[in-house]
Design a protein around this ligand. Structure first.
Ligand SMILES: [Zn+2]
Length: 109
């Protein structure tokens, strides 16, 4: 998954507040920035990575970018809690049966 970040808009050193694992973010953002073209390469037609020397976007940058993309998208998934709470709130059928027997007993006396 592509991250929303570009060379003109690189990922921040400090993770966005919605990121689940901030310590991981710092590592990912550092490597993302390492695997970018050197300054004199950024205007070039075929830039190469300033870290590994592969034509850019290099394989490593693509990997880190994918991880950053996942980190920012993960936090947008809705929590499934609401649905589960509704199921467990349903009364157990045994309680209904017991209540019925009690009512029947009372009716006999
Ligand atoms: Zn690289």
């Amino acid at each position: 998954m592509r991250s929303p970040y570009t060379l003109d808009n690189p990922p921040p050193d400090e993770p966005p507040s919605e990121v689940l694992v901030p310590s991981l973010w710092r590592v990912q953002a550092r490597w993302w920035k390492r695997h970018t073209p050197a300054l004199d390469q950024q205007g070039a037609k075929h830039p190469v990575c300033g870290h590994c020397g592969q034509s850019w976007p290099c394989h490593s940058w693509a990997c880190w970018d994918g991880q950053l993309g996942q980190a920012v998208h993960q936090s947008q998934t809705p929590e499934p809690d609401a649905g589960e709470a509704r199921v467990s709130a349903a009364p157990p059928s045994r309680a209904i049966a017991f209540g019925g027997a009690l009512a029947a007993g009372l009716a006999q006396t």
